[in-house]
Design a protein around this ligand. Structure first.
Ligand SMILES: [Zn+2]
Length: 91
């Protein structure tokens, strides 16, 4: 992996967190442009709330794929989030 430089939270109109959350699924589905993907990686590398969010959705996605159901129940999402945020440092 190349060195990833953090991108400052000062892009016009849209905060990096908004950008990250808005494009979460594109990232997980590998539908992002390489530039956006780089931006996403750089952001979650130094933003733990977004990294937690990304991890939750990634886990849910894997579990849903494994169980072959249409979509994960919200209870599952909440449970994973609780586990992750329980481990993460909350700012
Ligand atoms: Zn963020």
């Amino acid at each position: 992996m190349n060195n990833i430089k953090p991108i400052p939270h000062d892009t016009a109109g849209e905060s990096e967190c908004e950008h990250a959350l808005k494009h979460l699924y594109e990232y997980l589905d590998s539908e992002m442009t390489p530039d956006d993907e780089q931006r996403m990686r750089a952001h979650v590398a130094h933003c733990s709330p977004c990294l937690a969010e990304l991890s939750v959705e990634d886990l849910v996605k894997q579990l849903v794929r494994r169980s072959c159901s249409e979509r994960a129940p919200d209870t599952l999402r909440v449970r994973i989030r609780e586990q992750l945020t329980g481990m993460a440092v909350i700012e």
